[in-house]
Ligand binder design. Structure first.
Ligand code: MN
Ligand code: MN
Length: 494
């Protein structure tokens, strides 16, 4: 009896200790949850209907990517979409009351679209701005030459590319070329399945020993990016340069073009083909030009989803970001500022002063929507894993970009950043944060600085991307979907 009683006491004691341990562990877990910040994988959190929504949204996005592979074509598709949804040209009316939907293009390469707010425009606009140009190969002014019976286009690369990534892939050509009489011809060749494509050759490995010993920057040099265009001669075996003449004859017969017309043309070579699902689970999207059309598309989709926002909602799409936002279609151009002024002036029936506009600008809030570098475990050494964005963890809010000691960034104000976080948390909008990479590993810039120069609050944010600037970039469908939600919430709740 006695022995048994002891045993019971012993078990009770053990139970109490275990219970205490468990309680302590729970308390620790609770405290950890309360005090530490984590950014969960969004596939874990998504129920079936949310997954379906993300998949459906990705289909729309891919369709847009396929139609808008250059800055011009993206703006064209955007305008068509806006007009279908009842947006009108800003200049077509002097006064636009609350709820009006308007747009203006910036020379067909940029766009300002807006839904007029129900509150006073004086309170400032909410803007989401992205860029629609992507790294690519442009034709040189005199591109056509013949060598050993092959005809090539000389190219000049645009934006930051790894040149070795561009040979031996099918290329499409898009753009505009003006005939002698000034009539424009829109070119788009290489996207339809039965279209011909162009390509850049590379050396066979059997003869590549010298090439393979070069630094990667010289593996394929700028002057090696020559695009194979044709190989059929003009029918006169005695004539010098008859292969080039064969191509010129084709260009005249088919398009009424001469070599001189290429001097002023804007023709761009981009990877041919459509956006694709990536992964056996189809969780990702692979396509050319997702930097930054993923943010351009989600920003535009967010804007067009609005009815009667309180603050005027503006979607800005910029050109020339990849070469420094210069020129009259880049974010540094005052054309965008003047268009915002048109928006402001036309939201009042009475005249407004320059000073009124300046005061309004300072009250604007902007998301500079551009992609972030998703952590890539295959290249872990260049990332600070504690301060990186991860694929599948939502839109990345970025306080600053730039290089070295934060050179070339606007560095968002803590007050503004903190308010965004509070609104997103209250609205259940997932977000994460991260830097581009390790300090001094490199760097980058966005349009944020140019808009911040106008006095408005600006913060960078965007979709994490793998293989950024490569001919085939990767995003996660769940990130794309939640970035749309984040932009929509910014327009409606901030
Ligand atoms: Mn970008
Ligand atoms: Mn870029």
């Amino acid at each position: 009896m006695l022995a048994n009683q002891d045993k019971t006491k012993d078990t009770e004691k053990k139970k109490t200790v275990r219970k205490k341990d468990a309680e302590q562990a729970d308390a620790g877990k609770e405290l950890k949850k309360k005090l530490q910040v984590t950014f969960p994988n969004l596939w874990d959190k998504a129920d079936e209907s949310e997954r379906n929504e993300a998949m459906r949204f990705a289909e729309e996005y891919k369709r847009f990517l396929d139609l808008g592979k250059t800055e011009r074509t993206f703006i064209q598709v955007a305008v068509e979409t806006l007009e279908e949804l009842g947006f009108a040209e800003l200049a077509s009316q002097d006064y636009w009351p609350a709820g009006s939907k308007v747009y203006q293009t910036i020379r067909g390469k940029g766009l300002v679209a807006a839904v007029m707010g129900s509150g006073p425009a004086d309170a400032g606009f909410n803007l989401v701005g992205a860029h629609v140009d992507s790294p690519r190969l442009d034709l040189k002014p005199l591109p056509i030459y013949e060598e050993n019976e092959l005809v090539f286009f000389k190219t000049h690369y645009y934006g930051g590319i790894k040149k070795y990534q561009w040979p031996t892939i099918p290329l499409a050509i898009h753009g505009i070329i003006f005939r002698a009489d000034g009539s424009p011809l829109t070119i788009s060749i290489g996207e339809a399945p039965d279209d011909p494509v162009l390509t850049i050759t590379d050396l066979l490995p059997h003869l590549g020993s010298e090439q393979m010993g070069r630094k990667a920057t010289d593996l394929i040099r700028g002057e090696d990016l020559n695009v194979l265009v044709s190989s059929m001669p003009y029918a006169d075996p005695e004539l010098a340069g008859r292969f080039k003449l064969g191509l010129l004859q084709l260009l005249m017969e088919r398009y009424e073009l001469t070599e001189k017309d290429f001097v002023s043309a804007e023709l761009e070579l981009v990877p041919a083909g459509q956006a694709r699902d990536v992964g056996l689970d189809r969780s990702m999207i692979g396509a050319y030009g997702q930097d930054d059309r993923v943010c351009a598309f989600t920003a535009l989709a967010a804007l067009t989803s609005l009815e009667n926002p309180e603050r005027t909602a503006v979607c800005l799409l910029f050109d020339k970001e990849e070469i420094g936002s210069e020129g009259n279609t880049g974010a540094q151009s005052r054309a965008y500022e003047y268009t915002l002024q048109e928006l402001f002036v036309r939201s009042y029936e009475q005249p407004r002063s320059q000073m009124d506009f300046a005061r309004m600008l300072v009250r604007c809030q902007m998301l500079s929507a551009d992609v972030s570098a998703a952590y890539d475990p295959n290249f872990a050494s260049v990332y600070d894993s504690r301060n990186s964005s991860y694929l599948g963890h939502g839109m990345c809010l970025v306080k600053y970009v730039g290089a070295r000691g934060k050179s070339g960034t606007s560095d968002a104000n803590g007050e503004f950043f903190s308010r965004i976080i509070r609104v997103y948390d209250a609205e259940g909008i997932p977000w994460q944060t991260g830097e581009l990479g390790k300090v001094d590993a490199g760097g980058g810039g966005t349009v944020a600085v140019y808009l911040a120069n106008l006095g408005m609050e600006v913060i960078d944010c965007g979709v994490p991307v793998l293989s950024m600037h490569a001919p085939f970039e990767i995003t996660s469908k769940i990130d794309v979907y939640h970035t749309f939600n984040a932009y929509r919430t910014f327009f409606t709740k901030l």
